[in-house]
Design a protein around this ligand. Structure first.
Ligand code: DAO
Ligand code: DAO
Ligand code: DAO
Length: 205
């Protein structure tokens, strides 16, 4: 359909614009190895950022090339520190996802990032405050959409098929989640490259 982008390996479709203001910057795939034997496709994802918020950074960065932006610590700091509205939309592909496996995958992937950005603390309360939102009775069959949105004041909102299940105010949690998709060791390198290219072109046009 018009105004959508398809993640090629799964066929999952992502609207080019969310809520009228958030623009799709890149799409990718989260895979996971099962018992070290085979990789399963767990979900496709799309990374969105608020158009206007990115354009506010224009004056400062429009003259930098992509390689320069990548080297620019201040640019990363601005993306992290400033209130840039961002969303990662997940579209579930794996059809047998239990809430229990979501919780344990989350403790591994996000727990890992919390330790990276906040070493020396066990971060257990923060992890729990998030995983306690995942109620056993929720169902996330293939095709379900989960939106993780960072809004004003570093509040992370979680929505399943458009319905909010909770929100948590934590800069550290926001940073850790976005790091999975656009940080140093992203789930999908190609997706991160797309995000970089889109960001650079938003800054320059
Ligand atoms: O069925 O136990 C199993 C294997 C499934 C692996 C699930 C990985 C979950 C990844 C997180 C999903 C977040 C929506
Ligand atoms: O892929 O390892 C990962 C991390 C995924 C983070 C997203 C978790 C969102 C969970 C929503 C749960 C709904 C029951
Ligand atoms: O790793 O702390 C983190 C989160 C990453 C936020 C920075 C995103 C910047 C994306 C790269 C842009 C390069 C043009």
């Amino acid at each position: 359909a018009e105004g959508t982008l398809v993640e090629p390996k799964t066929g999952a479709e992502f609207p080019a614009v969310l809520d009228g203001t958030r623009r799709l910057l890149g799409v990718g795939l989260r895979r996971k190895s099962l018992f070290g034997l085979k990789n399963i496709d767990v979900y496709a994802f799309g990374v969105y950022a608020d158009d206007g918020d990115i354009k506010n950074l224009r004056e400062k960065y429009q003259n930098l090339t992509i390689p320069q932006l990548k080297e620019c610590k201040e640019f990363y700091a601005d993306i992290l520190e400033q209130d840039i509205n961002m969303t990662v939309r997940l579209q579930i592909v794996y059809s047998r996802l239990s809430i229990r496996s979501v919780r344990s995958a989350f403790e591994e992937s996000v727990g890992n990032r919390l330790r990276k950005f906040n070493p020396g603390s066990d971060n257990g309360d923060l992890l729990k405050s998030f995983t306690s939102l995942f109620k056993d009775e929720y169902k996330i069959p293939r095709g379900s959409t989960i939106d993780l949105t960072r809004e004003c004041g570093h509040v992370l909102h979680t929505r399943i098929d458009g319905k909010e299940i909770g929100s948590i105010e934590s800069k550290l949690l926001c940073r850790s989640i976005f790091d999975l998709y656009i940080g140093d060791e992203p789930f999908d390198r190609h997706a991160k490259e797309e995000v970089e290219l889109s960001l650079a072109s938003l800054l320059q046009d």
